[in-house]
Design a protein around this ligand. Structure first.
Ligand code: 4AD
Ligand code: MG
Length: 431
């Protein structure tokens, strides 16, 4: 007998198969038991009909506890009512391991309880769907960049530099030296772009931010493309193409998951390039029109400001040309204005906030040297970065997309903690 997975059931219609599964839930009457089975690849209903099986098997089916593991033997049949289209007519069950008092039951649980049980909560339907969508975003990311001539490059995680400012660093000892956990691979990706032209990275990044919001993680995963011979406008086009690609890939390949999450897919369907652009100056004006009188030119936007701007548009929106004072040291100044830089943040719709930060980078040696000094950075640690501006320097641009914020938005998850398997939060290192 063939051992199959739920995701492949459609290929085995009418066959008797063996399925390794856990019991997600069950209900039964005197004559029939419905077992909600899951095997990691999907969920399916197993039907045990009293009149068709031994008394012993029917009794066993009725008493299986939630999350018990087993082999189920049965025939794959069509079932129009299930979203999956199939069910399994159970002929036999071999219990592998009986679960005892699984803590997460179909009733409502509080968030802290669920987070304490994250190692088990991951098994639930909604969390399973979000992890599948995360996987699809990663898969589509590799596909998009590989199809467009990028090479994947892996920057280090233990570093001596701090691209995004020194206040949010995790410091550690590197034998006798001080080291930091990477808060962005960007500086290394710039070096890689000078070697390979078009590169992207995908890896964990760390921010010791004391923020406790639905958008902040302490450890999160970032995709960081970097392109040589590429100016500001060109990098925006890559961003909108890339974001459209991953959203459309999820729509195509994760229909069941989006349905299980009750995601309003009409909101995702029109996420297609191009995306609107609004300058920082105009964004400030827009906020004043919307009665946000607290914000002045030169201030950074908070979550309510970003949400108010995003509400104006159906698609993600680029906010461009921020004041030089609120952005990192490496950004290329505007050619005609000293007070703003060639950068953009991409703000997702529906209140999910900034999903991308990107810019053109300074490629002039003297200006970069000046910025490193002005920002009080350790010149020794940045010597290699500065040297890139001495050895065939070219205009180049790149960006970083936060995976969890993007997955939370596409899935419609309330909080980024649900978009990563084991979230690291201000007050949480367990499990
Ligand atoms: O805007 P950020 O800080 O940009 C950089 O790190 C650049 N060096 C990237 C580059 O140009 N290569 O971070 C980029 C993105 C944000 O837009 C956001 O999506 C995500 O990373 N991000 C976070 N996600 C979750 N929790 C946090 N604490 C995050 N901080 C940033
Ligand atoms: Mg940013």
């Amino acid at each position: 007998m063939k051992k199959i997975m739920i995701q492949d059931m459609s290929k085995h219609l009418g066959e008797t198969v063996k399925l390794g599964a856990w019991l997600a839930n069950k209900r039964s009457s005197g004559k029939i038991a419905f077992l909600q089975l899951r095997d990691g690849s999907g969920f399916v209903q197993g039907v045990v009909v009293k009149a068709e099986v031994s008394e012993e098997l029917f009794a066993k089916a009725k008493t299986i506890t939630q999350e018990t593991s087993m082999y189920v033997i049965g025939e794959v049949t069509k079932d129009e009512r299930s979203s999956f289209g199939f069910e399994i007519q159970v002929k036999d069950i071999e219990i592998i391991h009986e679960a005892v008092d699984f803590p997460i039951t179909p009733k409502e649980h509080g968030t802290e309880f669920l987070m304490d049980n994250r190692h088990l909560w991951l098994r639930s339907r909604k969390q399973h769907a979000i992890m599948k969508i995360r996987n699809e975003v990663i898969r589509a990311t590799y596909e998009f960049f590989n199809d467009n001539g990028f090479s994947k490059v892996d920057p280090p995680i233990l570093t001596g530099s701090a691209p995004e400012g020194t206040s949010e660093l995790f410091q550690t000892k590197y034998f006798d030296e001080d080291a930091y956990l990477s808060q962005s691979g960007q500086l290394y990706m710039e070096a890689a772009a000078m070697a390979l032209g078009k590169v992207f990275s995908f890896g964990p990044t760390f921010r010791a931010e004391k923020s406790k919001t639905r958008r902040h993680l302490i450890e999160f995963w970032m995709i960081e493309p970097e392109m040589a011979f590429t100016e500001f406008d060109e990098i925006l086009e890559v961003q909108e193409q890339y974001v459209s690609y991953i959203v459309q890939s999820v729509l195509k390949n994760c229909q069941l998951e989006l349905e299980r999450l009750d995601r309003d897919v009409t909101k995702l369907e029109h996420i297609q390039a191009p995306f609107p652009r609004i300058s920082y100056d105009d964004a400030i004006k827009l906020l004043h029109e919307k009665d946000f009188n607290d914000i002045q030119w030169g201030d950074d936007f908070g979550a309510p400001h970003e949400t108010a701007i995003a509400e104006h548009f159906e698609k993600p929106v680029f906010i461009t040309h921020y004041p030089v004072g609120i952005k990192p040291f490496y950004m290329q100044p505007h050619p005609d204005r000293e007070d703003v830089v060639l950068c953009a943040d991409l703000i997702a719709p529906e209140g999910y906030g900034e999903i991308i930060g990107g810019s053109e980078r300074i490629h002039d040696y003297d200006l970069m040297k000046q910025r490193i000094e002005e920002h009080g950075l350790d010149e020794k640690a940045y010597a290699w970065y500065l040297e890139l501006r001495k050895q065939g320097s070219v205009p180049h641009s790149g960006f970083g997309l936060g995976l969890e914020r993007t997955v939370a938005w596409i899935s419609g998850a309330e909080h980024v903690r649900e978009a990563i398997p084991f979230p690291r939060l201000l007050n949480r290192l367990y499990p």
